[in-house]
Design a protein around this ligand. Structure first.
Ligand SMILES: Cc1ncc(C[n+]2csc(CCOP(=O)(O)OP(=O)(O)O)c2C)c(N)n1
Length: 280
């Protein structure tokens, strides 16, 4: 279902509110990483991914893996907007006993292709899916979103090697480059400088963009689609907690659940962003 960037500009604030509601009522979750990646998820699902709730058994549907699986609340919100699930159900039951909506993506939920959350698994599996498309003569594309902290996992670099070795131009990765991971700055935990050079050295086409700018993301995915002979890695420069000054750029909000007062503050911050859009 194609939506204009103007429509997505409106959608990105209420969808963050839904993620906030899931975490607040479920008393667990990862709001910082949800808020940094939700814009990229929206642009992908509503402007690039060739799949839909009706296409789930279609062998030629595009594949998407949220390798940074802890951002599942953002994923549920986007799947809800795209018609895969009822987001009210998610908000009501998220992380509660017997709910299918657990804290990481789980196969069996419509639209979820793979269980993720043990970091580092997405890219090698995405390589396998992209290679399978080539072997089967199918035209579907495969996308995989990772966190920058996730790049400390060795298996990511096996995927990096395989992607170019098999010339997987039907594969597009995205790194949510927000400079923070669970315990602080990525440069203190595991240095990632020269990130573009590293992926290029592994044989990937690299696109850098502002990962909280819908237009820039849209152009990056379009460039990936037009790239032949090698896979593309989009380095999306984002702000962890984007849209909530209370949470922005603070490592503590990786996994923190807001109290009642913080909940109201974040809600007001999101409402203000939504009003900005309405007032042009
Ligand atoms: C294999 C593995 N090791 C450790 C963890 C614990 N963990 C959960 S989130 C996280 C930090 C991830 O940081 P990043 O990928 O940058 O995510 P973001 O900041 O975008 O939320 C870690 C280490 C995990 N989920 N899987």
């Amino acid at each position: 279902m194609m939506r204009s960037l103007e429509e997505l500009e409106k959608l990105r604030w209420p969808l963050r509110q839904q993620a906030l509601d899931m975490v607040y009522h479920g008393k667990t979750g990862h709001l910082g990483g949800d808020f940094s990646v939700i814009d990229a998820l929206l642009v992908l699902y509503f402007r690039h991914l060739n799949t839909s709730p009706e296409m789930q058994d279609d062998a030629n549907r595009d594949r998407f893996l949220l390798s940074k699986g802890h951002a599942v609340e953002a994923f549920y919100a986007v799947l809800g907007a795209a018609g895969y699930l009822d987001v009210k159900d998610v908000i009501k039951t998220y992380a509660k006993d017997a709910s299918p909506y657990i804290g990481h993506p789980n196969r069996g939920i419509p639209g979820i292709e793979m269980n993720t959350g043990s970091l580092g698994h997405g890219l090698p599996i995405a390589c396998g899916m992209a290679l399978a498309a080539k072997m089967d003569g199918l035209s579907y594309r495969t996308y995989c979103f990772m966190g920058d902290g996730e790049l400390a996992e060795g298996s990511v670099w096996e995927g990096a090697m395989s992607g170019s070795n098999f010339a997987l131009d039907n594969l597009c990765g995205l790194i949510d480059r927000n400079h923070l991971q669970i315990s602080g700055d990525t440069e203190d935990v595991m240095k990632l400088d020269s990130l573009k050079d590293r992926w290029e050295a592994f044989g990937w086409h690299v696109v850098e963009c502002d990962g909280n700018d819908l237009k820039a993301l849209d152009a990056a995915f379009t460039e990936a689609e037009g790239t032949k002979g090698q896979p593309t890695m989009i380095i999306a420069h984002t702000v962890k907690g984007y849209g909530s000054p209370l949470m922005e750029n603070k490592a503590g909000w990786h996994h923190q659940v807001p109290n009642a007062e913080q909940y109201e503050t974040i809600k007001a911050e999101l409402k203000a962003r939504a009003e900005e859009v309405r007032n042009g």
